[in-house]
Every structure is written in structure tokens, then in C-alpha cells.
Design a protein around this ligand. Structure first.
Ligand SMILES: Cc1cc2nc3c(=O)[nH]c(=O)nc-3n(C[C@H](O)[C@H](O)[C@H](O)COP(=O)(O)OP(=O)(O)OC[C@H]3O[C@@H](n4cnc5c(N)ncnc54)[C@H](O)[C@@H]3O)c2cc1C
Length: 350
């Protein structure tokens, strides 16, 4: 199923609509903002389940939740009126444009500019590795405004100068449909501003922790997927007439996957509880995302070993999960960078 969906854009759009119908994108948003007012944990568990089915697609769906959160909390007026409802209903696809050719880990690398002229802006620059680049309808784009300050804008795909230039051929996570977008002298008005001019860092601090915890939930789904297929394979596969399940080393690998999975699960759910209380910071979220993606990769390695040669074939779930787990090491900030944030904060060097 995941393999079919990953290549078919029409199926992706259709899945968006269906998820919108069951309130997937609005689950944890308070009722006062047009959401269902359910717990953050319920939303995180929903993302985990999607990650189990297709990590690439789950990343795409997170973008919509994040875009809707930003609109709900930081926008008022026509832009919110026009886009929040359709984002929550899955009628349109939202994207997040931070990473640039000179680096995706730090805002220092952002060279996209939005030059003000009266109440209008001219946006110019390039964003890379943008999830959903071929299909996004609206993008939250980070740019430099007067005084070198970071400002976020909402940019509509049909605006003149908005160009989709390339889709990346990735090792895994194909459903995420990552690609390059160029903004060539795109004309924006003050209505496109998210928050106030210069609010970019504030919005980043709001959104990065929740986006990282959702990405960790995707990693959890991948780890669960590895556990499921490895358990099944070990039970069914017979070697020299005996079940693989009887082999001590296979039992040890299954035990290792199971214990890591459980520890990882509590860590992500802890992140959800912190977010619920408004206490999830970049420190915890970076720790959680980095750890969870490492667990996904380590367990994929164990799962692959259990599968033997079959694990190296496209017909095996674990082959896809392994490739996805590698990609998750650099999604939503490279792990080294996330670890850097944690270490620096703990050592008072932020
Ligand atoms: C599947 C996928 C989806 C993505 N979706 C999006 C998206 O929708 N929107 C978006 O804006 N971006 C997206 N990205 C980009 C992603 O966030 C960046 O790839 C990531 O932040 C790393 O940036 P970079 O590749 O430019 O690496 P760089 O920033 O160049 O870092 C490369 C390496 O340098 C080292 N390094 C750099 N900085 C530090 C530091 N401060 N401390 C320690 N080591 C460091 C690390 O080893 C790091 O791995 C996506 C990427 C992938 C793979």
C-alpha cells in the first residue's frame, strides 16, 4: 500500500481530503481556533499510526498540521479566513519553507529576501528540500526583511513568480515529495505577513518544538512497523526445518527492538504531554526527535538482520522502513544539529 501511494499524487490529494473529513488535521487545535479540542497526545498517536503505514506521507501530513497551527495562532484577517478552514479540511496542502541551498540547519543560511515597498513586499530566493514541493497550495516562507530580521509570509502557489523547479530523487521517504521552489520577484502585500514583520524567530520557536515531536511520532511509527514485520518474519520463517523464532540471537534482536520501541514511545508521549501544558521547548523536542530517529535506524538494522537476504529485497517491508529511517536522521534538522542544541543548552552555551 505505502509503495503505491508514494508515487501517485492523485492518491495523495485524495488521502488529504479523507483525513480532513475525519478531522485529522484539526484534532488537537482548540475549539476556539476551529479545531476539535482533543488532546495533543491523540494527534501524536494519529501521526504515529500514519508513520507506521508510510513515513513519507506522514511527513507531508505534518506540514498541514503545522501550517494550520501557525495560521490559527499567528494570523488574523483575510489570510486566516481564506486558508485555515481548507487546511483543516484537507482541501489544500500547506508547506513550510525554511531550508536553503547554503544550509537547512540554521537561520543564518537564509538568504531569501522580502524587500518592502510601501505596504507591499518583493520576495526573492530559493528553498530546497521542501516537503510536498510539487503539490503544495500555500507555503509558509521565511525571508529576511529590513534590519536582516526574519519574517514569515504565507505565499500562494498561484502567485506570479512562484516556481516549482525540481523534485529530489531520494533514497526513501518518497511520499514526502521533496523538492526545490524558487520565488522570483513575487509580489506580496501586508496581508501575506504572518504575525508582524520581524516575528520570524518567535514563530520558529513556537512551531519547531511541535514539528519535531510530530516527526518523532513518525519515527515511532517506523519503529513499530519494523517490530511488526520482524516478529511476523521470525515466526513464519523456517531454517533447516526449525522456526527462526527458536534462535536465541533472533529472540535477542526482537527483545531489543521491543524494549527500544517501548522506551521511545514514552518519550514521544512525554513530548505530547509537555506540549499540552505549553511546556515543550526546543531542548526537549530536539532531544526527542534525535533519539527517536536513532531508535528507528537501530531497530531497522536489527529488523534487517532478522530478515536476512529477504530484507535486502524490495518485496520486504523492512527494506523500505530502513531507507525511511535513514532519511529521518536529517529531516526536521539533522540529528547532529539537534544534539548541538541540546548540548549547548545543557552547558549554558546556547
Ligand atoms: C525528507 C526531508 C524533508 C524535508 N522537509 C523540509 C521542509 O518541508 N521544509 C524545510 O525548510 N526543510 C525541509 N527539509 C530540510 C531539512 O530540514 C534539512 O535537510 C536539515 O535541516 C539539514 O539541513 P542541510 O541538509 O542543509 O544540512 P546542513 O545544515 O548543511 O548540515 C549538514 C551537517 O553539518 C553538520 N552541522 C551543521 N550545523 C551544525 C550544528 N549547528 N551543530 C552540529 N553539526 C552541524 C551536521 O553534521 C549536519 O548533518 C527536509 C529534509 C528531508 C530529508
Amino acid at each position: 500500500m505505502a509503495r503505491e501511494v508514494e508515487c501517485d499524487r492523485t492518491v495523495i490529494k485524495e488521502t488529504f481530503r479523507k483525513l480532513g473529513e475525519i478531522n485529522f488535521f484539526s484534532l488537537a487545535l482548540p475549539r476556539s481556533h476551529g479545531g476539535c479540542g482533543e488532546s495533543v497526545l491523540s494527534s501524536v498517536v494519529a501521526v504515529e499510526e500514519l508513520g507506521r503505514a508510510s513515513a513519507g506521507l506522514a511527513l507531508l501530513f505534518i506540514e498541514n498540521i503545522v501550517a494550520a497551527d501557525i495560521l490559527a495562532y499567528y494570523c488574523a484577517g483575510p489570510i486566516r479566513e481564506k486558508y485555515l478552514g481548507p487546511l483543516l479540511k484537507g482541501e489544500i496542502v500547506g508547506g513550510w519553507g525554511f531550508s536553503e541551498p547554503k544550509g537547512g540547519s540554521h537561520s543564518n543560511a537564509i538568504e531569501t529576501t522580502a524587500v518592502r515597498n510601501g505596504s507591499n513586499y518583493r520576495l526573492s530566493g530559493t528553498k530546497v528540500f521542501i516537503t510536498g514541493a510539487p503539490i503544495v497550495d500555500v507555503m509558509i516562507v521565511y525571508a529576511r526583511t529590513a534590519g536582516n530580521k526574519l519574517t514569515a509570509f504565507l505565499v500562494e502557489r498561484n502567485t506570479e513568480g512562484f516556481r516549482f523547479t525540481r523534485e529530489e530523487e531520494m533514497m526513501g521517504l518518497q511520499g514526502a515529495a521533496c523538492g526545490e521552489l524558487q520565488f522570483v520577484d513575487v509580489r506580496l502585500t501586508a496581508d501575506n505577513l504572518i504575525g508582524e514583520e520581524g516575528d520570524g524567530v518567535k514563530i520558529l520557536n513556537f512551531v519547531a518544538p511541535r514539528a519535531k515531536n510530530y516527526t518523532a511520532a513518525v519515527c515511532l511509527g517506523v519503529t513499530q512497523g519494523v517490530f511488526d514485520c520482524s516478529l511476523e518474519f521470525a515466526r513464519q520463517r523456517r531454517v533447516h526445518g526449525a522456526s527462526k523464532a527458536g534462535l536465541e540471537l533472533v529472540q535477542k534482536r526482537i527483545a531489543r527492538i521491543a524494549s527500544r520501541l517501548q522506551a521511545a514511545r514514552w518519550l514521544v508521549y512525554w513530548g505530547a504531554c509537555l506540549q499540552e501544558k505549553g511546556a515543550l521547548t526546543n531542548l526537549e523536542a530536539s532531544m526527542i526527535k534525535s533519539y527517536l530517529s536513532r531508535v528507528a535506524l537501530e531497530t531497522a538494522e536489527d529488523g534487517f538482520r532478522i530478515h536476512g537476504s529477504y530484507g535486502y529485497t524490495r518485496s520486504c517491508e523492512v527494506e523500505r522502513l530502513y531507507r525511511d529511517a535513514i532519511g529521518l536522521q536529517v529531516t526536521m534538522m539533522a540529528n547532529d544539529t539537534n544534539d548541538g542544541i541540546v548540548g549547548a543548552a545543557l552547558l549554558d552555551r546556547s
